[in-house]
Design a protein around this ligand. Sequence first.
Ligand code: NI
Length: 172
Amino acid sequence: MALLEIFTFPAPVLQQKTEPVTTFDQELENTTQSMLETMYVSSGIGLAAIQAGILKQIIVVDLKSGEEDKSLREPHVFINPEIVSSSGRTVSEEGCLSVVDFRGEVERAEYITVAYQDLSGAAKTIEANDMMSICLQHEIDHLNGILFIDRLPLLKQKMVKKRLKKLANDDA
Ligand code: NI
């Protein structure tokens, strides 16, 4: 399975809109497998296809990504996910494989219901709280071209983006 290259801020692709998946075939399954492998190698708990430059509404999540025993992993694939209801507010610290070297507190809904399709195209819903809720909201934001740093208070956001752009330039 080929590992994917993950784009990092300020790569313009991360701000693009993504298209719904309409074909549920082997290629889609291969893409999600590559996404999961890339996520595990990168020690992430979630990855959106857009982070690898694939402008499709595909996300993978595994809250047990950090388990050394691979049999304890819990990979989830969400195709065309959409938040259909949300309630409560919660603040937690987030990071992102596309945002190098920065973590920050973000306010999000506490409980959400997400409608999505599985790899066969079957319609599903999931009710999520805690980490799963936060992770799904973070990943669904990616599908709309939004990074968690876009949800920081404006002043902090400007500061962080300036620093990250400088870091990216220094690396180039
Ligand atoms: Ni992310």
